[in-house]
Ligand binder design. Structure first.
Ligand code: FE2
Length: 493
């Protein structure tokens, strides 16, 4: 029997635009839009997709203004989405796709080869030249320059209208020319740059770190050769350094690029714990390697934050002992009664930068009660932080995320919020204007109420971590991945 939270892994067809009835009180200062992204179509051509990561992207927008909330949801009309509506699944993270998947993969490689020979930005195209473009950008929405784009780990950006959520077109950035990209970018508040990295497979493969200025101009910060690239979903950034945490889930690029491969992308990766976790610290100005210590083997998706403290670099991330969370997010596992939440620990790495080369690295667990999808105040990114917000899986470990948590990273002290029968998405922290404290603000999350059969927008006080408002959605929204709050986007009314 499918557990109650299975409703959060059921496709949602309805696209609506409506005002939400607010219970409680919203802060008068809360103005802007929370735009969330995640899968919402889990069947293609009459068969289910295999993995949560391969559901087709839907955007959800919550516009706050003057105490009211307007809601809108819309599928991302990517090439992958249109192909899915035609009954064919594009090869994705853990799904080989339907029909001629090897041919589709080969077509994608050809497109990559062609676009790699182009040294000017590609014109925006409404449909990628590959017959089955891997542009199912279901991870997050970011603002880059003046453009809002949905992102995933394939190197395509799908431009969207942040007001209407209409899809404007797919773009493949021309620099750097990676095969795999990081959807979790960093906005440098000092320089205005957006920093990210791509992985380019080859001999050797390379991690390509890049920065995009507000003008749209992109420059390469670092190009690091690597033999067996690691699967890394995010990274960390400080004023002076880029931190790449290379978990020992690695791939031989030849295995990945073979056009006759019949298994899925992630199946090509191997868990080799004997490698340990190599933490590469790159100098943002020179692109050079500052330090490359090796820690115990770990796996993780999300860095929380990193900061410099004297000669020390501190990096917090959510970790797991091994990559079993990848297996745990196949939909038949998530929907099954034997599902076990992966837990997730808040882990602090500390590197002594004065000892160049291979300096000692210490690893300390700050919280191990179960945390995923960590967020913190955007005001402290790259600086010393204290509070981390996340999905929580404490206690009932055979259940999906039944709470959200606020962890004091300095003490491990934790506050929790839950309601019977509710299952939560990532809490997005929005700071109050000119906050007197790091946690002065609100945490915005979406909770699925399985008894009521619909979701709620939930507004939590950032300090007390108690509910201050909620608003019922007209339907049950599938669990999503990430949201971003854009203060410049009011309700538009
Ligand atoms: Fe993520």
């Amino acid at each position: 029997m499918t557990p109650g939270y299975g409703l959060g892994f059921r496709s949602l067809d309805a696209e609506v635009e409506t005002s939400l009835p607010v219970e409680g009180s919203l802060p008068a200062w809360l103005s802007g839009s929370l735009v969330r992204n995640g899968p919402a179509l889990f069947e293609v051509g009459g068969r289910p997709v295999a993995h949560w990561f391969d559901g087709l992207a839907m955007l959800r927008r919550f516009a706050f203004d003057g105490g009211r909330v307007d809601y809108r949801n819309r599928f991302l009309r990517s090439g992958a989405y249109r192909t899915a509506r035609d009954g064919h699944l594009v090869p994705g993270f853990a799904d080989v796709g339907s029909g001629d998947s090897a041919l589709a993969r080969f077509a994608t490689l050809l497109v990559t080869a062609v676009t790699d020979s182009v040294d000017v930005p590609l014109p925006r195209v409404s449909r990628c030249p590959a017959r089955r473009p891997a542009d199912n950008a279901n991870v997050i929405v970011e603002r880059i320059g003046g453009e809002y784009v949905a992102l995933t780990e394939a190197p395509y950006r799908v431009a969207v209208d942040p007001e209407t959520l209409a899809t404007l077109g797919t773009v493949r950035p021309n620099l750097p020319r990676g095969h795999l990209t990081c959807a979790h970018l960093h906005h440098d508040r000092e320089t205005g740059e957006v920093v990210g990295y791509d992985t380019r497979f080859g001999h050797p493969s390379r991690y390509l770190v890049h920065a995009t200025a507000a003008s749209g101009e992109r420059r390469l910060l670092a190009s690091l050769a690597v033999r067996d690239p690691s699967y890394m979903h995010s990274f960390a950034l400080t004023p002076n350094y880029v931190v790449l945490t290379e978990f020992p889930l690695v791939v031989d690029p030849l295995d990945l690029l073979r056009p006759d491969r019949r298994d899925a992308f992630i199946d090509a990766y191997r868990w080799e714990p004997e490698r340990g976790t190599r933490v590469t610290v790159l100098d943002r100005r020179t692109g050079g390697v500052v330090a490359r210590p090796v820690a115990d083997p770990l796996f993780g998706f999300h860095h929380v934050n990193a900061f410099e403290r004297g000669d020390e670099l501190v990096c917090d991330l959510v970790t797991f002992p091994d990559p079993s969370p990848v297996e745990g997010m196949y939909l038949d596992v998530l929907r099954g009664e034997a599902y076990e939440a992966p837990g997730g620990a808040l882990t602090r790495l500390r590197i002594e930068l004065r000892a160049r080369g291979t300096p000692p690295i210490s690893m300390e667990t700050r919280y191990d009660g179960g945390i995923t999808l960590p967020r913190l105040s955007p005001r402290v990114r790259g600086r010393e932080h204290r509070y981390v917000y996340g999905q929580g899986t404490h206690e009932r470990v055979t259940d999906f995320a039944h709470e959200v948590v606020k962890v004091d990273a300095t003490t491990g002290e934790t506050r929790r919020f839950s309601r019977d029968g509710w299952y939560f998405g990532e809490p997005v922290f929005v700071p109050a204007p000119r906050p007197a404290a790091e946690d002065e603000g609100v945490a915005l999350t979406v909770a699925l109420d399985v008894d009521a059969g619909h979701s709620w927008l939930v507004v939590l006080d950032g300090e007390a971590f108690e509910e201050r408002a909620r608003a019922a959605l007209p339907h049950a929204v599938p669990f999503d991945f990430h949201g971003q709050f854009f203060p410049e986007l009011g309700s538009g009314r």
